[in-house]
Design a protein. Structure first.
Lengths: 246, 213, 490
């Protein structure tokens, strides 16, 4: 199987450890991982902010770059959500039926990390070791767009040494929402305050999630509170062993 | 152009010349697990009614007259045609709103009931009367016979005649308008008393409870 | 290509309640600072979310019901003209009168003339979103006719000279103590010892309205559903105020949006399961009334049905947004929305607040009049999950953002945001330009201290007002990748 890493523009530029951990994990599980260097951005931010015309070239470029691979894996629920649920429509709206068909095909081979591990590789115990108290925030797009359900939790429960604690009101949005955090900053901050409050109530040392974007938001709030709680991408915990810690 | 023609034109323009046919999946449950009037349904109905704060009594046809007499003792009770209950106030000639506001209770049958939701239906048929009769008095005593009880909402609606004025009643009047907490008893009858009659062919005065007008 | 037919008229300005006085973020800013409001909303929405979840979990076929509900609505819209014509024929055959109103102004005129013809100077009203949308009470008042709201929450809003903030519970922003105070100040003849116990408050409303119900000559209602094949109109309610209005007066005037028609009586078996469980979290609401034209000797002997467009055909004309018309006004999407829960309904400016309002109001008025609403969502998707007719609200929000951006682009001046987005899209469409952009981003490290950025210039200051931003890393992923042994481009 030719597995390609779709690092996502955000993880590439801002959270390289999440993407590196994805590579480490997949290689540890015996897979050869390619990084198509021409990849840039799936266009989700453009689409969700209303710039669908500007997103067309990004959809085309993304499809060109990844089409050759059997499986495309991303450490992001929302970017996979965009590829799976928005790209075809953007291409169709542009009147490009050929691109729409190609995007639809690519969508069937594009996976969020926890889906890929459980649904495609059939593995729950990835051999990780992480002796810390952790709470998990299910990000909205992985939960409600991709329906990953409890897959990330099943992976986390199999991690040795982990003390996994339940997050109250876990399914409520953290308030990120892409440009929502800027356009409706006050409302976003109010949502974030409740989310960080719930995280602190768990006493966890680490909050984890499957999306670097939501973690950037939650982590930014926790940092502002000087809370000491560390945001770590799910991939980073799953990649950790007793010899290598994130 | 009339408003009617203009709106219809707008709709036709919006939908285009050949709107796509939309298939409607109807694989939801239409029938329940229990047959009409089954003992399990009567138990379920009683439970649902009780849950929404209706008072529920159960009796056999032979016990009905005594049960009703006991429940309404000392009350001035209005009754629709063709019911003839000793001491009751018949709605003939038609009682005024003020008259209805002055009685203690109204006693009726019903057209059908749904166990899943604890719903009683009045269709203004015989033994139920016009709608105002069961609306203005503060207490409503309603008799349900076992053979009128179905399980599901689809079964209920399929028994009803939409050309009649229908009132679906699920418990006494209630509101959730204050902090979304349910409070029973606002403008409709504040007390709903239901008598479920089971066991053999019904007899006595409350026979005509069907949809015949 | 989605198509919006130019020239399909929207709801007119200057009448009704579909437009706010200020953009959503400004209104939300004020609401967020109101601690009492936040507590009231948090308590009420948490209560109703739990009730809904329990009521829905009782039905094993909930998803099948949702799919049927979605399909019935889509099928109805596809042949809306035919269904409205059969509704008109059936209602007329049963002694009712059907009127057609292009917009709010025309609907208000029709109702006002009908009330005037009866000689009445007061009407009792059943809670109705359509009549709030068109500002009917204000129009009647201008004609010297008093409209008395009889739903408890509407009464609270009316007595308090307030605005509704929720589709189902317009006074959701008020707690019991505030309601008691409103009653004490504004309800004639109220018991001065009234407590804030909800039951006592409900009894006060009963006493206040009873005489009005028993003597009213004219009632005005909305409709939840109207069955095309039989002409049967349906009102779903809890308190019995609906039954009072629909039964006791001589004349009944019902104003309904044209999208409320359903083809057959059988279709109601779907909606009468979906609506109460989604709305109040009950297996069935206390009272559902149905009537077909006029019934001799029972109920109003004059019945008028006003069919209202007011921008609905403009919604219908947008194939990507039209499913907003499928809404059955249950308000489940409001109750689960993290934005609504924190800002309340007034921030949306329209009588239709929350997620459904954010897609319906801009479509009814035209996007330029409610341009901030499609952005009043984090696109978390909770609304779509609970919608009983499966309206994909997040996708329509995104679609309307696109419509807004393109409408703005057709204007003369590019916005700063538009420029930024265009530059970003250009940079990201080619790997070399993307790598260059990443290098530029790394200049951001200069802003950081101990790995975090605490203050940024506008517009990014909106972020750093409440959150830190990590400083860009020393090495991007792709730089790290190239340092790995072997073929770095594999």
């Amino acid at each position: 199987m030719r597995v390609a890493l779709f690092a996502t523009c955000l993880a590439d530029a801002m959270f390289p450890h999440a993407a590196r951990a994805t590579v480490t994990l997949l290689e540890r599980l015996g897979h050869d991982v390619a990084f198509p260097a021409a990849q840039t951005c799936c266009g989700q931010m453009h689409i969700n902010t209303g710039y669908r015309r500007q997103a067309r070239n990004l959809v085309r470029h993304h499809t060109d770059v990844f089409e050759a691979y059997d499986a495309i894996v991303a450490p992001s629920g929302s970017c996979v959500g965009s590829v799976r649920h928005q790209h075809t429509a953007i291409a169709r709206d542009a009147g490009d039926q050929r691109l729409a068909a190609r995007a639809a095909q690519l969508a069937t081979r594009t996976w969020e990390l926890s889906e890929f591990l459980i649904d495609v590789l059939g593995v729950e115990d990835v051999g990780a070791h992480f002796p810390h108290r952790v709470t998990y925030h299910p990000t909205c797009h992985s939960l409600r767009m991709l329906r990953v359900g409890d897959k990330p939790l099943r992976l986390l429960r199999a991690v040795r040494g982990i003390d996994l604690v339940e997050l109250p009101a876990a399914e409520q949005c953290c308030g990120f929402g892409g440009t929502f955090a800027l356009k409706n900053a006050d409302t976003s901050a109010a949502m974030l305050a409740d989310k960080t409050g719930h995280i602190l109530a768990t006493g966890a040392a680490v909050v984890t999630a499957g999306d670097a974007s939501c973690l950037m938001h939650i982590g930014g709030g926790l940092s502002r509170l000087e809370s000491g709680v560390r945001p770590l991408h799910l991939a980073e915990i799953l990649a950790a062993t007793d010899r290598s810690r994130p | 152009m009339s408003a009617r023609d203009e709106i219809l034109n707008r709709i036709r323009t919006a939908n285009g010349p050949t709107p796509a046919a939309v298939p409607i999946p109807r694989d939801y449950a239409t029938t329940g697990a229990y047959a009409t009037g089954a003992p399990e349904l009567l138990d379920l109905l009683a439970d649902r009614l009780h849950d929404y704060r209706a008072a529920v009594h159960r009796c056999t046809p032979d016990e009905l007259a005594a049960t009703l007499a006991e429940l309404t003792r000392g009350w001035r009770v209005a009754v629709p045609e063709p019911l003839t209950v000793p001491g009751a106030v018949p709605d003939r000639p038609t009682l005024s709103h003020a008259d209805l506001d002055g009685v203690d209770a109204v006693l009726t049958g019903c057209a059908a009931a749904c166990a899943d939701t604890g719903t009683i239906v009045l269709d203004a048929g015989a033994g139920q009367g016009r709608r105002a009769l069961t609306l203005i008095p503060d207490r409503h005593v309603c008799v349900i016979h076992a053979e009128q009880v179905v399980q599901t909402v689809p079964e209920l609606l399929r028994r009803l005649d939409p050309s009649r004025p229908l009132t679906l009643i699920s418990g006494p009047s209630a509101t959730s308008d204050i902090e979304l907490d349910r409070v029973e008893g606002v403008h409709g009858p504040r007390t709903l008393i239901v008598v479920i009659v089971d066991g053999g062919v019904p007899a006595g005065p409350i026979v005509s409870t069907g949809s015949r007008g | 290509m989605t198509s919006t037919f130019l020239g399909m008229p929207h709801a007119p300005r200057g009448v009704g309640q579909l437009r706010g006085d200020e953009p959503f973020p400004a209104a939300a800013h004020k609401a967020l600072a109101d601690r009492q409001l936040r507590r009231n909303l948090g308590h009420a929405t948490a209560t109703i979310r739990g009730k809904r979840a329990r009521a829905v979990a009782e039905l094993a076929d909930w998803e099948q019901l949702r799919q049927a509900g979605e399909a019935i609505k889509a099928a109805t819209m596809a042949r809306l003209d035919e269904h409205l014509l059969s509704l008109e024929a059936a209602v007329t055959a049963r002694g009712g009168h059907v009127h057609w109103a292009r917009d709010a102004v025309e609907a208000n005129r029709i109702v006002t003339d009908l009330v005037r013809a009866t000689g009445a100077t007061e009407v009792v009203k059943v809670k109705s979103m359509a009549t709030q949308e068109i500002g009917l009470n204000e129009a009647l008042a201008a004609a010297g006719i008093t409209a008395v709201e009889t739903d408890l929450a509407e009464l609270i809003v009316q007595l308090g000279h307030d605005k509704p903030s929720h589709i189902l519970v317009p006074a959701i922003h008020r707690n019991r103590t505030e309601i008691r105070d409103i009653f004490l100040r504004h309800m004639p003849g109220v018991d001065p010892d009234l407590t804030d116990e909800p039951r006592r408050l409900a009894m006060a409303a009963r006493a206040h309205l009873r005489a009005k119900f028993l003597t009213a000559k004219v009632a005005v209602s909305g409709a939840n559903f109207a069955v095309a094949e039989t002409g049967t109109v349906t009102v779903v309610e809890s308190e019995g105020n609906g039954r009072m209005c629909l039964t006791l007066p001589d004349t009944l005037i019902t104003v309904m949006g044209i999208e409320k028609v359903v083809p057959t009586w059988t279709d109601l078996e779907v909606f009468l399961q979906l609506l109460p469980r989604s709305s109040t979290g009950e297996r069935m609401n206390p009272y559902t009334s149905t009537w077909t034209g006029v019934t001799a000797g029972d109920g109003p002997q004059e019945f008028h049905l006003v069919l209202l467009d007011n921008g609905r055909t403009a919604v219908l004309a947008d194939s990507a947004g039209r499913s907003a018309l499928h809404c059955i006004r249950c308000s489940a999407c409001l109750n689960v929305c993290p934005v609504y829960e924190r800002t309340g309904g007034h921030a949306y400016g329209s009588v239709y607040p929350g997620p459904i309002g954010a897609i319906l109001s801009p479509q009814l008025t035209g996007i330029e009049d409610n341009a901030s609403l499609p952005y009043a969502s984090s696109l978390c998707g909770a609304c779509y999950d609970v919608c009983p007719v499966r309206i994909d609200i997040p996708s329509i929000l995104v679609h309307l953002r696109g419509e807004h951006v393109e409408a703005r682009e057709r204007g003369l001046l590019p916005s700063a945001e538009g420029l930024a987005m265009a530059v970003a899209a250009w940079a990201m469409a080619a790997p070399r330009r993307f790598r260059f952009a990443e290098r530029l981003l790394r200049l951001g490290r200069l802003l950081g201290r101990s790995g975090r950025i605490r203050r940024l210039p506008p517009p990014l200051s909106a972020w750093t007002a409440a959150r830190d931003l990590p400083a860009p890393p020393a090495q991007t992923f792709r730089q790290w990748w190239r340092t790995r042994p072997g073929d770095g481009t594999r």
